[in-house]
Design a protein around this ligand. Structure first.
Ligand code: ATP
Length: 462
């Protein structure tokens, strides 16, 4: 569609545009169009060798920060298909819908809430100028049938969010672990929504992954915990994913955006070349979810607080982040085109580099012999074998060393180790830093610890 193409060519100040990210992602094996040999399937994507490493790394750092680093947060992995009553209780069957309008002339379908106010008022298609239909509600849940009989009694939904798996297990977790309020339950998993507006690569897709955490608190303490999680989550994007501060902001939900039961809600937004968009929602949800499940299942879902013997339905602070959307944020934010001097013809020498945080970079250390002869390849392979126990490594002996460094820069490898002739004598290697392109000599015996230290102290530069 003409409008989307225009939006996608917008470049940020570091040279990143959606087109360049899509092209790099395909070229280097981060993300491929799904079932491409059959012509692809609309808005579905596969994560390639580097993309699956990047996605796993983001998931692992999120899990570490949320579950391992907090005494009072535990993990969960609930099924994608749940009892259909779950979605009646949560309100998804009745309300999880988008208002859709169609162009009577070109038949393009739009989400009315994503159109600009002028278009909504004039009811004129932004693509062709044709007349738009009245909005109608379209439920976003995918349904299928469980078991051999396809009648209305066998309908199940593919979960449109992971959160409900947590709410329905609240009692199980309380009864089988030693958690006490305030405590959280976290999970990562697939969610499915029959989205109509699926432009912008992996930004909004029908199948995606979420990383959600529900934090259960005593009513009356929700505001302080809401502030706590707002700060924690912003710090995570800055310090753990290394996202540039200038590209992050909070957006508070106004009265029209706030769910009727919610007390407050902030989105962490990221600045894409096509505008600010949600990356994570931090919601103060009151006791709505647990109360609804209590009502619909007919059982008490509450909590006995042993600190004062009171019984209540806990309030919930939710942090709900997109995992697949985080992959896009990391790639987009890390992508820089940098002029680093002149090439041999006097033209600007531009390198493409991903300044990915070492926590998430698909390859942490690239290992290369200066040349492959004279025993240097064997020596470099020995170094690689040592390091691969601790880091995700990649061995490369093909082509000029400068070109090999550039290939590593382009996929965001923060450190390269080069074995040269001196290595045989002095048992040292060259450690090269992606961001500064500086090189230092490091004794082999200290290499692993040095890299560990560099990862720990890593500070993102622009
Ligand atoms: P949006 O308005 O962008 O569709 P939402 O407000 O419906 O998002 P939530 O239901 O709050 O999103 O979901 C939490 C997070 O899950 C979002 O911040 C986003 O990162 C991710 N997410 C939601 N829908 C999608 C999707 N269709 N594709 C990829 N990620 C998604």
């Amino acid at each position: 569609m003409a409008k989307e193409k225009k939006a996608n060519t917008v470049t940020n100040q570091y040279g990143a545009s959606m087109e360049k990210i899509v092209s790099l992602a395909k070229r280097r094996g981060f993300v491929y169009p799904s079932s491409e040999i059959y012509g692809g399937l609309s808005a579905t994507w596969d994560y390639g060798p580097l993309g699956s490493e990047l996605k796993n790394n983001i998931q692992n750092i999120w899990w570490k920060e949320m579950v391992r680093m907090h005494d009072n947060i535990v993990g969960l992995d609930a099924a994608i298909m749940m009892h259909p009553r779950t979605w009646e209780a949560s309100g998804h069957v009745a309300n999880f819908s988008d208002p859709l309008v169609d162009c009577k002339a070109c038949k393009t379908r739009f989400r009315e809430d994503k159109l600009d106010p002028e278009t909504i008022k004039s009811k004129t298609c932004p693509e062709c100028g044709g007349e738009l239909t009245e909005p109608r509600q379209f439920n976003l849940m995918f349904s299928t049938h469980l078991g051999p009989v396809q009648d209305s009694g066998s309908i199940v939904y593919l979960r449109p969010e992971t959160a409900q798996g947590i709410f329905v297990n609240f009692k199980n977790v309380v009864d089988t672990t030693r958690v006490q309020i305030p405590f959280g339950i976290a999970q990562v998993g697939k969610a499915f929504r029959n989205e109509i507006t699926t432009k912008n690569f992996i930004f909004r897709t029908c199948e995606f992954e979420q990383m959600e955490m529900q934090f259960f608190v005593k009513p009356g303490t929700e505001d302080e915990w809401f502030d706590y999680w707002k700060k924690e989550r912003m710090a995570y994007y800055l310090n753990k994913l290394g996202i540039l501060e200038e590209n992050l902001r909070f957006h508070q939900h106004g009265p029209n955006e706030l769910a009727f039961y919610a007390k407050d809600a902030f989105d962490v937004e990221y600045q894409y070349p096509f505008g600010w968009e949600e990356q994570e929602g931090i919601h103060s949800r009151t006791d709505y979810d647990l109360s609804q499940h209590s009502k619909f299942c007919g059982k008490e879902v509450n909590y006995l607080d042993q600190s004062d013997n009171s019984r209540y339905i806990p309030y919930v602070i939710e942090t709900s982040a997109g995992l697949t959307r985080s992959v896009l944020v990391c790639l987009m934010d890390a992508y820089h085109e940098e002029t680093i001097g002149e090439d041999k013809d006097g033209k600007p020498d531009v390198r493409t580099v991903l300044h990915l945080h070492p926590n998430v970079a698909p390859v942490t250390v690239g290992i290369m012999p200066l040349v492959k002869k004279d025993g240097l390849a064997e020596l470099a392979l020995d170094v690689e074998k040592e390091l691969r126990e601790s880091f995700n490594t990649f061995y490369d002996q093909g082509g000029a060393i400068g070109r090999r460094y550039r290939r590593m820069d382009e996929i965001g490898t923060p450190f390269c180790v080069t074995v040269d002739y001196d290595t045989k004598e002095d048992k040292s290697v060259t450690l090269r830093f992606r961001d500064s392109m500086e090189q230092v000599r490091v004794p082999l015996a200290e290499l692993e610890n040095r890299i560990r230290r560099e990862i720990k102290n890593y500070k993102r530069v622009k």
